[in-house]
Design a protein around this ligand. Structure first.
Ligand code: UDX
Length: 437
């Protein structure tokens, strides 16, 4: 099929590449000329495992093309996906101006029937507004349908998530459009759930909020474990073995970050408030998430007494492993607080240091080439992101490099007993403090 994606960011580019990979002919549109130019040269602006390979392959086979011209895109695609940003506003609600603008741009180019699909995460009832806008700006009599088809990909495993998703949600109010969408997804082996537009939009926010709720639940438990001497890892294992609960998304840590959860939970709260049905449970989820980093920082302050002029090593800057994304990363909030309180921060991240260098805080942080160098002469080490390579660092080498052997493991990545056996004082999340042997 001929498909068009408007917006070649994380979701748009990965979706476009995966559609091309399964045999569709895809045109990706973006108004950023530099981005399109570099994509045409085969340069991928993000680090995402497997993405570069499929982009290059499908560009060569001409199944994946890039342009800055919306008209060309609207002409090409029988289905037009909108995948532009939906950034948060100060009150937590979503800025839908990019969606509205693209809806108008598509409308004026429409000649014959097109299915216009909202892929971006949007509040419930956005589809209705998109349809209204297109009707208003399109030539009279032009046929089109609007569909909601939310994306559930996770950064770091986006290609895999797109190629074999748990489910595909298609929300539409017209049989004609639903039939076209079924055809788009025919090459994918995954259950398809067909709903009305509003339900599909709601599913996306509800799913992300539920996952955030699981994280905050285990983080609240971690606090209880700390004061009672229990081990949150064992508690999570014990409750997760119940199939109705499941072990995933029960990893206690510094809290959730990234470009989706914080924004989507705030947006869901805002839309529920706007619709007159406040979702107070989710407000508590946000509070627990914020408290988690504060509690952790308190334990660092408590152990070091004074942070000013202390040399602190931070391992991990991305908001989670396997991505170079530092947007709304808890690790960045942590580094900013340490710097503000006068600590001398040295940091290392396997993939995110280039993106980190673009942030204002970067000029106040020393970056190193490897984790041991970051920890050299440090008075404390903080694990902020659970990159697998940190778990295999030679503890003896680490001990020799550090000035004082203090580890604050914000992601429960290291083995506390092993750390203690090398002379470290170890403190994780929800698992008490282990003194050096
Ligand atoms: C998320 C959703 O998983 C995805 O379906 C949606 O489309 C976009 O938002 P993403 O933000 O890429 O994806 O990352 P995810 O793996 O879900 O992690 C989000 C945050 O939660 C990270 O900061 C991570 O460290 C944190 N997290 C996750 C925990 O603290 N504990 C967990 O058990 C799981």
């Amino acid at each position: 099929m001929k498909l068009t994606i408007i917006g070649s960011g994380y979701v748009g580019l990965t979706t476009g590449a995966c559609f091309a990979e399964v045999g569709h002919h895809v045109v990706c549109v973006d108004n950023d000329e530099r981005k399109i130019k570099s994509l045409l040269e085969g340069k991928i602006p993000i680090y995402e495992p497997g993405l570069e390979t499929i982009v290059r392959k499908n560009v060569v086979s001409k199944r994946l093309q890039f342009t800055t011209n919306t008209e060309e895109g609207v002409d090409h695609g029988e289905v037009i996906f909108i995948a532009v940003p939906t950034p948060p506003q100060a009150d937590g609600s979503v800025d839908l101006s990019f969606i509205e603008k693209v809806a108008r741009e598509i409308a004026v180019c429409l000649g014959s029937y097109r299915v216009i699909v909202d892929k971006s995460t949007v509040p419930v009832k956005t589809g209705e507004r998109v349809a209204q806008t297109i009707r208003r700006y399109a030539k009279p009599g032009v046929e089109f349908d609007v569909v909601s088809n939310p994306e559930f990909l996770r950064e770091g495993s986006a290609v895999e998530d797109l190629m074999s998703p748990d489910r595909i949600v298609i929300g539409g109010n017209s049989d004609r459009a639903l039939a076209v969408m079924q055809k788009v997804y025919e090459p994918f082996v995954a259950p398809v759930l067909v709903t009305d537009i509003n339900s599909a939009e709601l599913i996306k926010h509800a799913a992300n909020s539920f996952l955030a709720l699981k994280i905050s639940y285990v983080n609240a438990l971690s606090e209880l474990c700390e004061v009672s001497g229990a081990d949150v890892e064992k508690v999570a294992e014990g409750i997760g073995m119940d199939k109705r609960i499941g072990r995933s998304f029960l990893n206690a840590g510094l809290g959730y970050g990234g470009s989706c959860f914080p924004k989507d939970i705030a947006a869901f709260i805002a839309i529920a408030d706007q619709l007159g049905t406040p979702f107070d449970l989710l407000k508590e989820v946000q509070k627990i998430n914020a408290r988690q980093l504060n509690r952790f920082l308190d334990s660092v302050r408590e152990a070091l007494w004074v942070l000013k002029d202390k040399k602190i090593a931070v391992w991990g800057l991305s908001f989670k492993p396997n991505t170079d994304d530092v947007r709304s990363s808890v690790a960045i909030n942590l580094v900013e607080t340490l710097v503000k309180e006068g600590a001398e921060v040295t940091a290392y991240d396997p993939k995110a240091m280039d993106k980190f260098r673009e942030l204002p805080i970067a000029s106040k942080v020393t970056l190193t080439d490897n984790p041991i160098e970051a920890a050299r002469d440090a008075e404390a080490l903080i694990v902020a992101t659970e990159w697998p390579e940190f778990a295999t660092v030679d503890l003896q080498e680490l001990r020799d490099a550090m000035r004082t052997p203090l580890i604050f493991d914000g992601r429960n990545l290291l083995d506390p007993t092993a750390a203690a056996s090398y002379g470290f004082q170890y403190r994780g999340i929800g698992r008490g403090t282990l003194a050096a042997e």
